[in-house]
Design a protein around this ligand. Structure first.
Ligand code: UDP
Length: 477
């Protein structure tokens, strides 16, 4: 009898910044080992992105209503509660999928030739470790952020025991494995500051469960975050670590299946000289108040540089994502569009990877989302950092302080999270510095860019890491 094909089931968090790298990981795994097959279970949020990827089976779980925004204080709590509520559905779906043919008539073909060998879960899905345990298979954590942030998470239970007050109020320096500098508490994700927030409890809950995983796959590469990676792999307590990145959707089609809207932008970019356009884009959840939009506009105007600006309207309801403006003129300074018509273009959601890949782009004003950083560096585009939410302040801190000035500081005083208006002069200054051909950051990014491409090559660090993961997975079964 032919041996059953090993199959992994992925449980990503269906957020733009988490799903892309999860799908890329799945694609990479099946391309590296044709014995493997992968099914991705999609937990749909009301505004989940529509997705597109070949070679992988997607199963959309029936939609469950998300918890009411009133039941949670933080997006992390809403997300975790929502994902957790899918446990019975996930277990039933997987059980159905892998029942032997005599037990189930509904999916006989699949069940005859594949065997479940593990769950690959997003770090907000750690309650699914229970499902893996019930099914008798190992769970692997897929960490979509930095090795530095992973260090914070793994150390959080220790900090929680050490520091009895809210971190915000404590004057204990945060010494965290993986960091060479003390970590200012205000660069931690905001829900971690105060213990009585539900976001804190959920971070702590997930962090405590991380070590139950059979392995942790991280979307980074060793040469980038070498100290953090080394410190995690040598502490003797962390599950085997697999830095396999950068995982980037280079075709840019997962989040942007319909690229027709990009045609106009591409034509405009085609008309601009090489490396002259600064691109502004702030992730899936970044948006600004009307006064802040005005300051950015004035700063851009005064910088004199060409720009492509992805401008998005703040969400009208809590815990929802921004949308595109129907009429951005309402929030822009009067006459701005006319005055900059020759050298600037506004857009809404845009295929970011395709933009960063364009030869006209010379700099990126970014919120320091991890995917954005990796994408920008891949295409050798330097960043001016303006962290906004989630772990972006920590990412900015890692780029500037830990990794030696890899990002131009637009708004990074490492007090983080203050709502002060960033004035036009600050925007102008950072854009000028970013676009300066002699900017020191440019040379450093070039080096990281080359390293990021090399890491994936045959025999290099991420390639070897993935090989090690596959080998260990197969040996487990
Ligand atoms: N993205 C995009 N178009 C946009 C904004 C974002 O294609 O207008 C993509 C971007 O390329 C990246 C992801 O969405 O792959 C955002 O991930 P990141 O980790 O940078 O930020 P997050 O959205 O998680 O804050």
């Amino acid at each position: 009898m032919m041996a059953k094909k090993p199959e992994l089931v992925f449980l990503p968090a269906t957020l733009p910044g988490h799903i892309v790298s999860a799908i890329e990981l799945a694609k990479l795994l099946i391309s590296r080992d044709d014995r493997l097959s992968i099914t991705i279970l999609l937990i749909k949020f009301p505004n989940s992105p529509s997705l597109n990827a070949t070679g992988i089976t997607f199963i959309e779980l029936p939609q469950i209503d998300p918890p009411s925004p009133n039941t949670a204080q933080t997006p992390e709590a809403i997300l975790s509660i929502f994902l957790d509520s899918h446990k019975p559905l996930v277990k039933d779906t997987i059980t159905q999928l892998f029942l032997s043919s005599s037990e189930s008539d509904s999916m006989p073909t699949r069940s005859r030739d594949s065997k479940l060998v593990g769950l690959v879960i997003d770090f907000f899905c750690t309650t699914m470790i229970d499902v893996a345990n019930e099914l008798g298979v190992p769970s692997y954590l897929f960490f979509t952020s930095t090795a530095h942030m992973l260090g914070v998470m793994l150390h959080l239970p220790v900090l929680d025991a050490q520091i009895h007050t809210d971190f915000e109020e404590s004057d204990t320096e945060l010494i965290i494995p993986g960091f060479t500098n003390p970590v200012p508490r205000r660069v931690l994700p905001q829900p971690m500051w105060t213990k009585n927030q539900d976001g804190y409890s959920w971070y702590l809950y997930h962090a405590r469960r991380f070590r139950e995983a059979k392995g942790i796959i991280v979307n980074t590469f060793e040469e980038f975050e070498s100290h953090a990676v080394r410190s995690l792999t040598s502490d003797g307590r962390t599950p085997p670590l697999y830095p396999v990145g950068p995982l980037i959707d280079l075709e840019g089609r997962i989040l942007n299946p319909d690229q027709s809207q990009f045609e106009n932008i591409k034509r405009w970019l085609d008309d601009q000289p090489t490396s002259t356009v600064v691109f502004l884009c702030f992730g899936s959840s970044g948006s600004f108040s009307a006064p802040q939009v005005k300051e950015i506009a004035l700063g851009l105007e005064r910088s004199g540089h060409r720009f492509l600006w992805s401008i998005r309207e703040p969400p009208r309801e809590r815990f929802t994502l921004p949308g595109d403006y129907t009429n951005p003129e309402e929030v822009l300074p009067e006459g701005f569009l006319d005055r900059t018509a020759e050298r600037g273009l506004l857009c809404g959601w845009v295929p970011q990877v395709a933009v960063l890949a364009h030869r006209a782009i010379g700099g990126f004003v970014s919120h320091c989302g991890w995917n954005s950083i990796m994408e920008s560096f891949w295409f050798d585009v330097p960043i001016a950092g303006w962290p906004l939410y989630a772990e972006q302040h920590l990412n900015g801190f890692a780029m500037v302080k830990e990794l030696g000035g890899l990002v131009v500081e637009l708004k990074m005083d490492f007090r983080g999270w203050d709502d002060d208006l960033v004035i036009a002069e600050e925007v102008e200054k950072a854009v000028r510095k970013l676009m300066d051909a002699d900017c020191e950051v440019r040379t450093k990014v070039k080096d990281i860019s080359e390293k990021s491409r090399r890491a994936l090559m045959d025999g290099r660090s991420s390639f070897i890491s993935l090989e090690r993961f596959i080998k260990n997975l197969m040996e487990e079964n």
